[in-house]
Design a protein around this ligand. Structure first.
Ligand code: FES
Ligand code: FE
Length: 423
């Protein structure tokens, strides 16, 4: 089977075949080998606080319904009517006791059971005795620390096995709250004219930070923040199963516990209170890590949790080889006060939002890559070698991006490659 990467440990060289960004045939294979088999993020438990709450979500190419039933249980349904196929739920979200299909008005309760249909007399009394006329559920739905995932492969290993080394980093995010984390408001939705894997790379790419986001760093420095050195004092790490992280010191304020002079004296008092609570609960070392370090976590294949100046949960799905849809959510501790919440929201919009300082820069870079691939097929390879000559790659090296590609290649070719930790 043809490999999409070339890895040469002696020469410290790692290459990726650029066809993976442009070919429809490769996208079709990705759907089968990756999106049909991996755990994919659908939403956060906090998005469905009450019985009857629901959100319509598109995950792994499927139209799904993420819903909390009258029995409190979270379920995920395929959003397709068991009668003749129409999408049953057309709203983006809400609260309901019943989902009613637009086409012939079959109705389903919020646990998915068929509870009504016009012309009932024309159906046998045994109709739906086996439950096949209920909304069909996604068989595998599991959650970790409030993050809910689906898997379309009934035989997949458990979510916890799949997350493996990434759990430690999800814990550092979830532990920021006493009362639990919550997703704020509605998600940001936008699209990028670039291949979905470019965003997976970009999300853990510390190398691009300073050149691409120069405007933002200039602003941070006017507020008293600065980067300690070119490597942000951090590291990049392969977490196994294609997951990866960069963890590095912060140049900016973090609403969890890192104050910025621009936040004023009131902000300082609140931040000190949060720091004290974290230290009491976790000890000084873990509290310092939670408060003062940033984490960009990439969960293979298409979930990113950026725990930086705010927390973003971001997923991205391919529509075609050169076009993806992106959804971004803001996550915060439930108990956060108004002042700190405002800082968080400002940070979120200012850097991470589609109209902020960072996301348009990133999208520009990704679209430039895509244009480069599309128009110059004679140039065949991307280079992802930075830091291969080091025992401990830094956060501006590319070890964490290689982790993605090794896993990708393994799933696409079923070939065992060097250097990963494959469960
Ligand atoms: Fe839904 Fe007929 S397709 S009721
Ligand atoms: Fe960026």
């Amino acid at each position: 089977m043809e490999s999409y990467i070339r890895e040469n440990q002696e020469r410290c060289e790692f290459l990726v075949d650029r066809r993976v960004f442009t070919e429809q045939e490769i996208l079709e294979k990705e759907k089968q080998e990756i999106f049909d088999k991996c755990w994919l993020y659908i939403g956060h438990e906090s998005e469905l606080p009450h019985k009857g709450d629901f959100k319509r979500r598109k995950v792994g190419g499927r139209e799904l319904l993420f819903s909390r039933g009258k029995d409190e249980k979270i379920r995920v349904f395929y959003n397709s009517c068991p009668h003749r196929g129409a999408m049953v739920c057309r709203e983006k979200g809400g609260n309901t006791k019943v989902f009613r299909c637009f086409y012939h008005a079959w109705s389903f309760d919020n646990c998915g059971e068929l509870v009504g249909m016009p012309g009932k007399d024309s159906f046998s009394e045994h109709f739906n005795h086996d439950g096949t006329k209920n909304l069909q559920e996604v068989y595998r739905v599991e959650s970790y620390r409030g993050f809910v995932f689906v898997n379309f492969d009934k035989l997949a290993n458990s979510l916890e096995d799949y997350l493996g080394g990434a759990k430690e980093y999800i814990d550092l995010v979830a532990d920021q709250s006493e009362l639990g984390m919550e997703v704020l408001n509605d998600p940001q939705e936008y699209s990028v004219r670039a291949n979905w894997k470019l965003l997976a790379e970009n999300s853990v790419d510390g190398y691009h930070g300073i050149p691409t986001h120069k405007t933002y760093f200039d602003i941070v420095s006017t507020r008293g923040g600065e980067l300690s050195n070119g490597d942000y004092e951090g590291y990049g790490k392969d977490l196994g199963n294609g997951h990866a992280v960069i963890e590095y010191t912060s140049a900016w304020g973090r609403p969890v516990a890192r104050w910025m002079p621009a936040w004023g004296e009131d902000g300082k008092k609140e931040i000190e209170k949060i720091q004290k609570r974290l230290t009491e609960k976790f000890g000084p070392e873990r509290a310092d890590r939670i408060a003062n370090y940033n984490r960009n976590i990439m969960i293979f294949p298409n979930l990113v949790i950026n725990d930086i100046m705010a927390i973003t949960i971001r997923t991205f799905n391919p529509i075609s080889p050169d076009y993806m849809e992106v959804t971004g959510y803001s996550l915060a501790p439930k108990e956060e006060n108004e002042e700190i919440r405002k800082r968080r929201n400002d940070n979120f919009l200012e850097f991470l939002g589609p109209g902020g300082f960072a996301t348009p820069d990133d999208n520009e870079a990704l679209e430039l890559c895509q244009q480069g691939f599309r128009s110059n097929k004679e140039v065949k390879w991307n280079d992802i070698s930075k830091g291969m000559n080091k025992d401990k790659p830094g956060s501006t090296d590319e070890e964490q991006i290689r982790a993605f590609w090794r896993r990708y290649n393994k799933m696409m070719t079923k070939e065992v490659v060097r250097g990963g930790h494959y469960g």
